[in-house]
Design a protein. Structure first.
Length: 572
RNA sequence: GGCGGUGUAGCUCAGUUGGUUAGAGCAGCGGAAUCAUAAUCCGCGUGUCCGGGGUUCAAGUCCCUGCACCGCCA
């Protein structure tokens, strides 16, 4: 029995995520977690909300709430939506947790002890009206080069010249519009990633089984331009984890917090601490997942994320771990995803373009989305959501191929033999052939699941469903019944067992439908098969079952058109 | 402007270290069957593998170049 630690990139707190976000990390991570649990492995699956930083503060202000209150509410919303999609986290934590505060400060202390943190003096725009320092992108003004009036502090969108906020003519705060700004001296901590470049590169080089997308992004950051740069890990904000060196104050850093990208990955670890606390576990219970000196040496750690998160997970976070000089668990495999586009363009939060998690669940159950998203996961390149494709895939794969199989078998049985697994008759070479075929397909399905080849896994699962229809069509119990009811009984008994098998094998993709199938077959708790032959003998003659409601309904053309229009968003 | 990605059948996509007549699912066309959510099953694919050069006995697969789309960065 293997031990597998799984983390999904943690979604930012300000608002509801769209389906592109979902398929880029949480959903495939859930698939992997469910699969390994089903295989009997010990799994720890963690995710959390990423709560710090300026966007959270601004969103809270806009909502007219204190930021802590806003985050708490949004956490509830995201937690509920995650459950709605069947995301089976062992714990859904918060980067603002007490555990993360302590652990982030602890890591900073260790990094400082190791000489990897230096203090840098800087000047930054301060808004007297807002009572805060303004990050570059929150200052706007007139471009000194081209006269464009809405140039940002970091760059002029009109002439593309790189700017410094101090260069702007008539600078103003984008938060309040105030022009009462001044440059103030400030001081920040930088993490000495550059001195760890060789160590990080050697580590990346040792990972020759990682997706090309993952390693190529890491290599680019390691070697592009002047190579890996030191990174500021503090900010002049109120909302965040106060800068401390372990549990000691950090002279000169009063009133500052750690940069969100420093504390967010540490939350992966802290989240396990939250899990322990929430479940009445001891410290050792979570440390055996994260400390190689305390039992985590046999853990395989797999991370899931969108490609925009790769640099932080291949370089910054490992720099934190390695730099600490302590035996924390490093990631073993990083599964990264490209982007899912929406109907010829990007999903856009600001323009309301595309489908968001709450809206998706309002119009269809989660299994429909899970199936489409996972079977079209953007693994090798950006992929595309279109309503036509969604409608066709759901109707064909779920309703026609799987759903109708369950329907035709159970209803035929009910009409000829009643709601009991029929007795009598014997199996023939037809059943033997199918067993052999399914055994083969199962091997491929499992191999792809283990390799986290999601689309390929989905296509093998689908092929397993199709094989059932092929069998039924050629065995034709409705025709056989007229001459040889005993033989028809055997075919139906075998087919009912196929339903049970499909439920088990499909559970990682479509857990709710899987549960309905198992309940209908009176087989709750059925386990992953050792062999197909054995699994197809699990339901015995005489056992009762029920004919379930149709597992999946079809999406009509009218609905498709309605939704297409509804989610098109407002273009500018 | 720099860097990276993508460009394969109507659609969504596979194509391992270059090697026989380029594949899958869907859609489409024809047929079988009638248990079932008009569902299922069988059969049918010559598509300048974006264009142009080049390397090679051999390139969708490597190199150069042009074009298009996308993303990141400055």
């Amino acid at each position: 029995m293997a031990r597998i630690l799984i983390t999904s990139a943690i979604p930012y707190i300000n608002g509801i995520k769209h389906l592109g976000n979902l398929v880029g990390s949480q959903l495939p991570a859930d698939l992997f977690a469910r699969y390994h649990r089903a295989r009997g492995d010990e799994v720890m699956f963690l995710c959390a909300t990423d709560e710090h930083g300026t966007p959270a503060e601004l969103a809270a202000t806009k909502a007219g709430q204190p930021v802590a209150e806003y985050c708490a509410e949004m956490w509830e919303v995201q937690d509920k939506l995650g459950k709605g999609f069947g995301l089976s986290f062992d714990h859904f934590g918060r980067s603002s947790s007490d555990q993360n505060h302590k652990l982030t400060q602890y890591f900073a202390g260790k990094l400082a002890d190791a000489g990897l943190i230096r203090e840098v003096d800087d000047q930054q725009m301060y808004s007297n009206t807002d009572g805060r320092f303004l990050p570059d992108r929150y200052v706007e003004g007139t471009c000194p080069n081209c006269g464009f009036e809405d140039a940002r502090g970091d760059q002029c969108d009109n002439c593309t010249k790189q700017l410094d906020p101090v260069d702007l003519i008539n600078p103003r705060s984008t938060i309040s519009g105030s022009t009462d700004l001044e440059m103030r001296p400030t001081k920040h901590l930088f993490l000495g990633q550059s001195t760890m470049k060789d160590q990080l590169e050697a580590w990346i080089d040792s990972k020759n089984d990682w997706p090309i997308l993952t390693t190529s992004i890491a290599k680019k950051w390691l070697n592009d331009g002047d190579g890996l740069q030191d990174r500021g890990i503090t900010r002049d904000l109120d909302w965040g984890i106060p800068v401390k060196r372990g549990d000691q104050d950090w002279p000169g850093m009063e009133g500052k917090v750690f940069y969100v990208w420093f504390d967010a990955p540490i939350e992966y670890i802290a989240c396990a601490g939250e899990w322990a606390e929430a479940n009445g576990k001891a410290e050792a219970d979570w440390q055996r997942w994260w400390r190689t000196d305390k039992g985590a040496d046999d853990v395989r750690y797999v991370q899931f994320m969108g490609k925009d998160n790769v640099p932080f997970h291949t370089l910054s976070f490992p720099a934190t771990i390695l730099g600490s000089g302590e035996p924390w668990k490093l990631v073993d495999y990083i599964k990264s995803f490209n982007y899912l586009n929406y109907d010829g363009g990007q999903f856009s939060t600001s323009r309301g373009r595309g489908i968001f998690m709450d809206q998706a669940l309002e119009i269809l159950p989660s299994d429909y989305w899970r199936w489409w998203l996972l079977s079209h996961a953007p693994e090798s390149s950006d992929s595309e959501f279109t309503w036509e494709n969604f409608q066709q895939s759901v109707n064909k794969d779920l309703a026609d191929v799987l759903g109708n199989f369950v329907s035709r078998v159970t209803k035929f049985c009910r009409s000829k033999f009643g709601e009991t697994v029929p007795t009598g008759g014997s199996y023939s070479e037809q059943e033997e052939a199918l067993i052999k075929e399914l055994q083969e397909k199962l091997q491929f399905y499992q191999a792809h699941m283990e390799a986290i080849e999601i689309r390929k896994s989905a296509s093998y699962l689908r092929a397993i469903w199709v094989a059932g229809n092929e069998y039924l069509q050629s065995a034709a119990p409705w025709a056989v019944y007229k001459e040889d009811p005993e033989r028809a009984a055997a075919i139906v008994r075998f087919s009912l067992n196929l339903i049970r098998l499909y439920a088990v094998l499909s559970a990682p993709f479509i857990p709710d439908a899987s549960k309905s199938m198992l309940t209908a077959m009176n087989a709750d708790g059925a386990e992953w098969p050792d062999t197909i032959e054995e699994a197809l003998g699990a339901l015995e003659a005489g056992q009762e079952f029920t004919v379930p409601e149709n597992l999946f309904r079809k999406i009509t053309d009218d609905e498709r058109e309605e939704w297409q229009e509804k989610f098109a968003g407002t273009r500018d």
